[in-house]
Design a protein around this ligand. Structure first.
Ligand code: NAD
Length: 508
């Protein structure tokens, strides 16, 4: 059992060597249902000792798992995919309960995770190496991809099922073993999904879970038997993970925070744009690293866009997501985060921006202790303001009115981050200029959230990513493997000029 139940509160266990065991920690942090503020689980703060046990189990399991033929490893993923689909609704409900996003959003996120498992099912044909015959006389050359060993995943709160699934299906199918450290704010979905992976036939020790925060993470980064670390979270921690992990000789891919710009040209279809912008800015209560959090309307687009967006967004129903499906938007993750989001809006107002739609006043009658804030539009913001420069990670859209597309692209140029950027337009040349020159790694043209599907890499730039090989797609396979090149020469006759006798015979 992944959890022990005492009243309604779950105590999370570690998964080590195929068994659910208690942590050696004596302190626990709390997991909340953000819709109600109730504590639903306790998660051990994590200890170096827990990490040592999990890494040891993964190290031992690697010796056998690497010998399992890749098609058999892929078959575990086929069974895992079927189990994820069969338990889709339960996983989505678990995500909603611990994270607060709507059930529709949770379902969509689980679907995105399943797609990574589908991708992993195809790894046998994607992992194949290259070869060349007779690269020199009698010499052939080939490359083969080998697994690395023990790999680690450290994940954020905002996608409890999807982000861990970005990592381990690929790592495991490539032949590695894995230790996952899910966010201590949302550990439950990972544990539920681990039960399915066990049912799918993953051998003991191949996949392990530890919990906690800094102590566990540091122990993973310092452990000599860990070969690679995948991280997703905020930029300061992403940078820390990259620097510390590489210092300890690990391969690291580390995805950080974001501020995603959305340019709206005057020729854009305004109805469609408003719908897409609303979904991008306020979907998942703005807690997405690909959320459109900064609108850059060009020329007269602003006068049309802002009133239309405010009119539409103020109709959004804010409410509990753990019961019923009537809410369009749920709470943010914790009381502390709610305070941060409110504080950022206060700061924008104090710096002189105009609050065109104010979510700070929202109350949810049947959930007075939930962490709710409504959609907020901050108009007439200036590039130097904190609401433009910093990630807010809540349902807050800042608007910087620009005179030209070049001005809008210029705002992006100064941005610390570089995850996504979007343009809404009917002009091919504007779209082309934007695509070519905007300083971000994932581009949307009339697409509100250009988050790539499993077959493509998640190509954040600047301080939205530290490392070389991104998560997902073929880069994911490259990250979790190392190449071995073999050069072979078979001596033929003494002259070194072997003449194939059959070939000779055919010439007659
Ligand atoms: P976070 O950085 O606070 O936590 C992420 C992970 O790091 C957690 O597992 C946490 O336990 C661990 N951690 C936290 N503080 C640590 C410390 N001092 N030392 C070592 N480990 C530590 O991020 P979060 O609040 O859980 O998630 C939200 C952030 O994640 C946002 O900034 C968002 O943009 C980002 N995010 C990025 C992507 C992407 O692909 N670029 C995707 C999803 C989320």
């Amino acid at each position: 059992m992944a959890v022990t139940q005492s009243s309604a509160v779950t105590t999370c266990k570690l998964l080590v060597g195929g068994e659910w065991i208690d942590s050696s920690a004596t302190e626990f942090s709390e997991v909340f249902n953000p819709s109600t503020g109730e504590v639903i689980a306790k998660v051990p703060v994590g200890k170096t000792d827990d990490v040592n046990k999990a890494v040891q189990a993964a190290k031992e399991a690697f010796l056998e798992w690497r010998e399992v033929p890749i098609v058999e490893r892929a078959r575990v993923m086929f069974r895992f995919k079927a189990l994820l689909e069969a338990n889709y609704e339960e996983i989505a409900r678990c995500v909603t309960r611990e994270h607060g996003k709507t059930l529709a959003e949770a379902r969509a996120s689980v679907q995105r995770g399943i797609e990574v498992v589908e991708f992993a099912c195809g790894i046998p044909s994607l992992i194949m190496g290259e070869s060349m015959e007779n690269i020199a006389r009698n010499v052939d050359c080939e490359t083969i991809r080998h697994p690395l060993g023990v790999c680690v995943g450290i994940t954020p709160f905002n996608f409890p099922a999807m982000v861990p699934l970005w990592m381990y299906p690929v790592a495991l199918t490539c032949g590695n073993t894995f230790v996952l450290k899910p966010s201590e704010k949302v550990p439950l979905a990972s544990m539920l999904i681990a039960e399915l992976l066990i049912k799918a036939g993953i051998p003991k020790g191949v996949f392990n879970i530890v919990h906690g925060g800094k102590e566990s993470v540091d122990a993973l980064l310092e452990h000599p038997d860990v070969r690679a670390v995948s991280f997703v979270g905020s930029t300061p921690i992403a940078k820390y993970i990259y620097e510390k992990g590489t210092k300890h000789g690990k391969r690291v891919q580390s995805a950080g925070g974001a501020k995603n710009h959305i340019i709206i040209m005057p020729d854009a279809d305004m109805e469609q744009t408003v719908q897409a912008l609303q979904a991008s800015a306020f979907g998942c209560a703005g807690e997405r690293c690909m959320a459109g959090s900064l609108a850059l309307p060009v020329g007269e687009a602003a006068d049309q866009l802002v009133p239309m967006l405010v009119k539409s967004a103020e109709k959004m129903r804010i409410g509990r997501t753990d019961v019923g499906e009537n809410a369009d938007m749920g709470p943010v993750i914790t009381a502390q985060h709610l305070k941060h989001v409110r504080g950022m809006i206060d700061k924008g107002e104090a710096e002189g921006a105009k609050i065109a739609l104010d979510g700070r006043t929202v109350k949810v009658a049947d959930a007075p202790n939930g962490y709710f804030i409504g959609p907020t539009v901050i108009d007439q913001a200036k590039p130097e303001m904190s609401v433009v420069k910093d990630e807010i990670f809540g349902p807050v859209l800042s608007v910087v009115r620009c005179e030209t597309i070049q001005d809008a692209i210029g705002v992006g140029e100064k941005c610390e981050f570089g995850n996504g950027a979007v343009i809404f337009t009917n002009s091919g040349s504007a779209a082309r200029e934007f695509k070519r020159y905007f300083n971000a790694g994932m581009i949307g043209i009339n697409v509100g959230v250009p988050a790539p599907m499993a077959w493509f890499p998640f190509t954040g730039w600047n301080h939205s990513f530290f490392g070389d090989l991104h998560i997902q797609g073929r880069e994911g396979i490259q990250f979790y493997t190392q190449q071995k090149m073999t050069m072979t020469r078979w001596f033929s006759d003494k002259s070194g000029k072997f003449q194939d006798p059959i070939w000779k015979a055919r010439q007659k």
